[in-house]
Design a protein. Structure first.
Length: 369
């Protein structure tokens, strides 16, 4: 029988987890702060180079622990400056992570799952099916790799100013791994982002929104896509379990007292589905009760979809109606489309346990025959 045991990946721990880990070793809890500074401030993953740790502790850590990062398999750069990485993990799975530069900010879009179990009908990620949740280390590892690839603190200026959990997967279905990763993004010993700079996007998992409110101070984005239940259920099947009225109450609770900020509502405009002026007027009525801003997203087509993007005129008219109703509404500029990095286009490499991708491929073949 082998006496070789799997080493503990310290990327899986936030500060509280690391303190507990060192206590089990009989070490002082402050060792956690030392490790965090080395890993996230100095980008050091070799225990041997962590010179403020004693030799005996460094040797012990080399035996029982590791700082194991995911691997960048491929990097693609768009003509508009967007960068997309295919990031691989053990077992052959991979996700996509996207960096979107703008004049005054740089946003990193991070994945939380390999694939997605929710099967939203307008999203190519969902069409790939679902393999598994990502670990905390695999989530924060995406940020670490992107920061190094970009030169995070280049010329005294942060290349990454915002992080959004809007990549592959539903973050709140991987709550126990996502929250420690969020803690590392927020912690001054980690990446040190302010609460308003870290956003968790959800398709509307109401219990998860309530848990998030009690767990950590971050911004919230909700994929709404329709102000009426029947249309939203067709687009976001999760709506059957958590309909719009229940979702809106969770959002109102999220921004009251504890989190004094707005909720961002994501609304993908799909031709003939949710872009009618009446939808815009109902949206105004719905969101009046929630401190919010509205992000209008032109639909990004993908192979096999039955949907198409609303016309520019229809998008403009929709925006005019909601803004006249008192909402703050911006139309998201499509970025990285030439490298399939736009919203809803992330696919990665999913060893699909749901067999959904096989069914969709069969449907496409039958349709084109």
């Amino acid at each position: 029988m082998s006496d070789i045991t799997e080493r503990v990946n310290l990327l899986d721990f936030d500060e509280a987890g690391l303190r507990a880990f060192f206590e089990t070793l009989g070490e002082k809890p402050f060792r956690a702060q030392q490790i965090l500074k080395w890993v996230y401030h100095h980008a050091e993953t070799d225990f041997g180079a962590m010179t403020d740790l004693g030799v005996a502790l460094r040797e012990k850590l080399n035996r029982i622990a590791e700082i194991k990062l995911p691997e960048i398999i491929r990097e693609q750069r768009s003509s508009d400056g967007t960068v997309k990485w295919l990031i691989g993990f053990h077992g052959g799975n991979a996700v996509e992570t996207v960096y979107i530069p703008e004049p005054k900010r740089g946003t990193l879009c991070v994945s939380s799952q390999v694939g997605c179990a929710l099967n939203c009908s307008f999203c190519s990620t969902g069409a790939q099916g679902f393999a598994r949740n990502l670990s905390t280390g695999e989530i924060i590892g995406q940020v670490w790799l992107a920061a190094q690839a970009l030169g995070h603190e280049r010329n005294g200026r942060r290349r990454i100013t915002n992080i959004v959990m809007m990549g592959m997967g539903e973050p709140l279905l991987n709550f126990d791994n996502v929250v420690p990763a969020l803690s590392l993004m927020r912690n001054d010993l980690g990446f040190g982002f302010a609460a308003k700079r870290v956003t968790v996007s959800t398709a509307g998992l109401v219990p998860g929104i309530r848990r998030l409110r009690e767990s950590i101070d971050v911004a919230l984005a909700v994929s709404l896509h329709s102000p009426v239940d029947d249309v939203r259920t067709d687009l976001v099947p999760l709506n059957r379990k958590y309909p719009i009225a229940e979702l809106m109450q969770a959002c109102r609770d999220y921004v009251s007292e504890k989190h004094k900020r707005t909720v961002t509502f994501e609304y993908t405009l799909i031709d003939g589905v949710n872009d009618h002026p009446d939808h815009a007027r109902k949206l105004v009525k719905l969101l009046r009760t929630v401190p919010s801003k509205l992000n209008l997203i032109p639909f990004n087509p993908f192979p096999g979809t039955r949907y198409s993007c609303s016309s520019a005129e229809r998008i403009t008219r929709f925006q005019e109606i909601v803004m006249a109703g008192g909402l703050i509404a911006t139309v998201r500029k499509t970025r990285g489309e030439d490298i399939d990095a736009a919203c809803g286009q992330l696919v990665g490499k999913v060893l699909d346990r749901t067999k959904r991708s096989e069914r969709i491929k069969l449907q496409i073949a039958e349709t084109s025959a």
